[in-house]
Design a protein around this ligand. Structure first.
Ligand code: SF4
Length: 411
């Protein structure tokens, strides 16, 4: 990971963005903003899933009225998303929002932009200049022959020039595109051009899993280069998935402290002694509902499992119809196979409340020995080829050879 690029800091509500602040996660509600109760329910769900800031559209007077109810009751800062109508930006400011997002591609009159910026300046509310390749200013589209990285950055620069005229500097910038290489190049150029915080996103990424892959390809590449101060996945899905993905990405990159489960599981192979996919699914379901901030491993065999997952806080590996439960690679308990998930979940809860040292001290006395006996027994009964691979290869060769034998002609 490259050192994070230095940017100026702005504050969205109570959340600092840029200037060395933790990278924040954003998402957007899909309810009608005018329906304040439904929108608040979704905002609470997004906050629980990891969103630090939530954006709501402000597209009509009723939406602005909804924002006036939502903002004081929201657990996270609220940003109003404004397209086309500067009056909606003014109404959102009047409703008390913590930030605005303006799209320079469709809010183009200089006097209107400056009026909104002056009002935001007087109220101490930051604005995101949200450039989007899909709605780029037509003159820039023509000048650059398309939504190129240079065109996206110039759009942001033009907007900043209007803000400068009224002495407004409380700004973050996004230069989103749905094309990942264009998005990456645009943000690299933006980071060389501006010292404002950057809001990263691959726009209109589509439904998961492809949408998640596109979002991660763009956002993670830039974060690894030290670029980016706040992020949003744009998925065609329940926005809770966006917030969760954002949070998980930042935890995976070590940019945010772990708050949620990190389940590592082997991909399974011919050595697996259990249905790894099914056990991993059960473990994920049980642990996610308990919000335990642990790295937990589910490994299909005791031959390689505990060693390969020795860095995990806690894990389980299967062998000889038993589960070997391990903490930081040390076997602490051996349980019957059908109690594996239960035992793992119980141990996870104790680990969070008592800590690793206490749980290692509480390990079953004979666990290491019993686990080693299981491993040795597997080697003894099947030789070093635990999976009987040699035998299987022989059988496969025989089958293939038989299939290739000329078949008698019928009739
Ligand atoms: S842990 Fe065992 S079952 Fe899982 S992939 Fe590795 S060797 Fe295969």
């Amino acid at each position: 990971m490259a050192e994070r690029r230095k940017t100026r800091q702005i504050t969205v509500g109570k959340v600092p963005v840029g200037g060395g602040a933790p990278v924040s996660v954003q998402s957007m509600t899909v309810t009608k903003t005018a329906d304040a109760e439904a929108t608040l329910t979704q905002i609470y769900a997004l906050a629980a899933a990891g969103a630090d800031i939530v954006r709501c559209t402000c597209n009509e007077q009723e939406a602005a009225e909804g924002l006036a109810i939502i903002v004081p009751r929201s657990p996270v800062p609220i940003v109003a998303d404004v397209h086309f109508h500067y009056e909606m930006a003014l109404a959102a400011l009047e409703a008390g929002v913590n930030g605005l997002r303006l799209n320079p591609g469709n809010l183009r009159k200089p006097e209107e932009i400056k009026l909104v910026a002056s009002e935001a300046r007087d109220r101490g509310v930051p604005i995101r200049v949200g450039v989007n390749a899909g709605s780029l200013h037509p003159s820039l589209y023509k000048k650059y022959g398309g939504a190129t990285p240079e065109a996206l950055v110039e759009s942001a620069r033009m907007e900043l020039a209007y803000f400068d005229e009224v002495g407004f500097e409380d700004v973050k910038i996004s230069v989103k595109a749905s094309n990942v290489p264009v998005m990456i190049e645009a943000y690299r150029l933006a980071s060389e051009t501006f010292d404002h915080p950057l809001h990263l996103g691959v726009t209109e990424a589509g439904p998961p899993p492809a949408g998640l892959i596109k979002g991660t390809a763009g956002i993670a590449t830039l974060l690894a280069e030290g670029i980016g101060d706040t992020i949003r996945y744009s998925l065609t899905a329940d926005p809770v998935q966006e917030a969760r993905a954002g949070r998980q990405l930042l935890e995976a990159l070590g940019l945010r402290e772990r708050k949620s489960l990190d389940l590592i599981a082997c991909p399974s192979c011919g050595r697996a002694e259990i249905d790894v996919i099914e056990i991993a699914r059960k473990v994920q379901e049980a642990l996610e509902s308990r919000s335990l901030p642990l790295q937990v491993a589910v490994m299909g065999c005791v031959v390689n499992g505990p060693g390969e997952a020795r860095e995990a806080d806690l894990g389980i590996a299967a062998g000889r119809h038993k589960g070997h439960l391990f903490i930081k690679g040390k076997i602490v308990r051996v349980v019957p196979e059908d109690e594996m998930v239960e035992a793992l979940v119980a141990e996870a809860e104790k680990l969070v409340t008592e800590g690793i040292d206490a749980r290692l001290a509480a390990a079953d006395a004979g666990a290491e020995r019993e686990a080693e006996e299981d491993r040795m027994a597997l080697f003894e009964t099947r030789g070093s080829d635990v999976n009987q691979a040699a035998q299987r290869i022989k059988m496969i060769r025989k089958t293939v050879a038989n299939e290739q034998e000329p078949q008698p002609l019928s009739g």
